[in-house]
Each structure stands twice: as structure tokens, then as C-alpha cells.
Design a protein. Sequence first.
Length: 367
Amino acid sequence: MDPFLIIILVLVCIIVGLIIYNLKIYKSIKSYSNINDRLSNLKVLQDFLDTIGKDSSVDNKLEIINNILIEKFLIKYSTIVVFNGAEYDIKATNVDERHWDTMKNLHTEEMFKDSIITATPKYVTVNGPEEKLKYQKSEMGRAKSAMFFPLYIDNIYIGYWIIESSNSHAFDNMDTSVLGVVRENIVAVLKTVSYQNTIENIYRVDKNTGLNSAEYLYGKGKRIIDKYPESSICMLEIINIEEINEKFGRNIGTDIIVSVSNEIKRSISSQYIFVRYMGPKFAIAFSGVDIESVQDFIKNMKEEIEKIKLPVKQKNSNKKQKPVFVSPITNFVLATYYKGTGLESVTKKLEEYLDDCDKEESNINCI
């Protein structure tokens, strides 16, 4: 055989071998890249879960999640819009406020209506530098590419998530399956925090005392309490309120409740949570204070409350009759609340104690 031909065959074999080797290297690199992508996506999902568990408002949680998306996926603009039953509301965005009217009305744009109806993402982009996306009004081409994701909870349309880029064709190679998972996690977050949102806004203000109702304790109040690892929860009841109502009328009973409320407001620091729990029951959360430290204070406060004397106008009164005064009699119970445990379980235990104890009991108890 010709030596020159042998050399060519050897070189061909070497080249083929190198090609096969390079292909294996490429596949390995791609495999490692995919693993890294999956690990990164898992990290994003973990960040989502950590955000849900934060002691923060619903709106703040959504802002944090939006910032995570922008940072982790190198997105120029990201906007989450939710329909609240009356109107579309921007829950999180890094788009300038002057464009918010446009961003919260994308559901009216023809280019996105099919996406909403079919529950499928919509990718739009431009080709030339002078072009702009159709939904943009007077934005002078702020975004050149966008991906629109309708959001659904239990097959009910609730809004949309849209990401934008200032470059055309920016999302051509974006892994839509990953973004689909992100969308589902945005929905999961919205679903999870919807209960928190209800709790945060369900409380009412008692018209007689001006105090928040018990629901405040479990919503906005809890975020204040949970700044500390341990707090003392106190519940008190005016135990003679029924007797006052029967003898002197409900107006006097209401005056007693208001007077007790005002005395407690005067006595406690503004950092503590004070609510009208129910009827003649009040609850106080001494944030960051243990029971031993609060007992003497409660003792003094009980004494001051029971010094209250309201004059009662007697029917058929005459100058010879002695003036009649009415005073509250109270029963107090205390328990420790630890951050991360059920606050409602503690208050329920306190309420049950007051309901089940001797009706004549007027004391300060720790349970």
C-alpha cells in the first residue's frame, strides 16, 4: 500500500476520533450546564418559599419575588398585575410609574386577548430599531421584546405576569418551560398570600372604644409581635358588666367599657398591641416582654382600672339620696407566646380560661 495513502488514512482516523471526542465533551458540558440551570431554578423556587414565610405584608412579598425574578433571570422589566374583583392592580413592577396605566390595561389589547382566553403565553418582538411593540403608547420603544403570561387560580383568570426587554428578539432562546414553572410559582404565591391578605384587612375598628378588633392581632399586629422571640399575651374581662347592664342600663355598661379602655390606653406603651377582643374582653400583647416582667405592671393596672367610679343618675332622685357610683371588676389571665407558634391557640386558651373559671374570680393568673 502506498505510504502516502496510509498517512492520509491515519490522519482521517485521528480527525474522526477528535470529532467524536469533542462531541462527547460538548454533551458533557451541556449536561453540566443543564444541571446548573436546574440547580439555579431550584434556588429561585427556594427563594420564593423563603419569601412566603417572611413576616412581611402581602404587597412587600410580591415586590421581593419580582425582584428575585429580575435578578436571577436577568430580566430588564417584570410586572405582576392582579384583578382584585373590581379593577386591575399592579402588585409588583420595576417599570417607571408613568407607564403603569399601560401596564395594568394589557388585558384590553387585542394581541394578548387570545393568550388570556387560551391560557397560553404570548411572545411579541420587533425587528427594526425604529419599531415599537403595539401595546406601547407614548413610551418611545421602551421595550422591544415581551413575554406575556396569563395567571390562573383553579382555572379562574386572576391577572398576568409580563417580562420585557429593551432588545429585540431577547427571548428567542429563553427556556419557556422554566418560565412556565416560574409562572406556576407566582400563582402559588398569590394563592398562599391571599389568606394573609384577607387576615390583614378583615379587622374593624370598634366605634365605642376606637380599638381594633381581634383580627388585627392575627394580621398586622402579629408582624409587630413576631419581631421578638417571646412575648406575653394578656386577656382581661370586665366580669360585672352583665350586672351593670341589668341594674343601670346598657349605656352605663358601655361607658364602663370605654373608661376601662381609656385607662389601659393611658397605661401601656404604644409598642404594645391592644385590641377589643370580644364584648367585655380585651387583649394586650406585650411584645418582647416575658411574663415575670409584666406581672407587677398588670397588678398596678388592675388596681387603677378598679378605681374607676362612674356616677349613675337615679330615677326619682332627690337631694337626700346618696350619689351612686359604679366600678368595673376585672379578671386577668396571662400566657407566653413564642414566635413561630400559633398566636390564635394562645388567645383561645386565654378566652377558654376566662369563660370556664368561677364567675366571681377577680385575679391575675398565668397559664
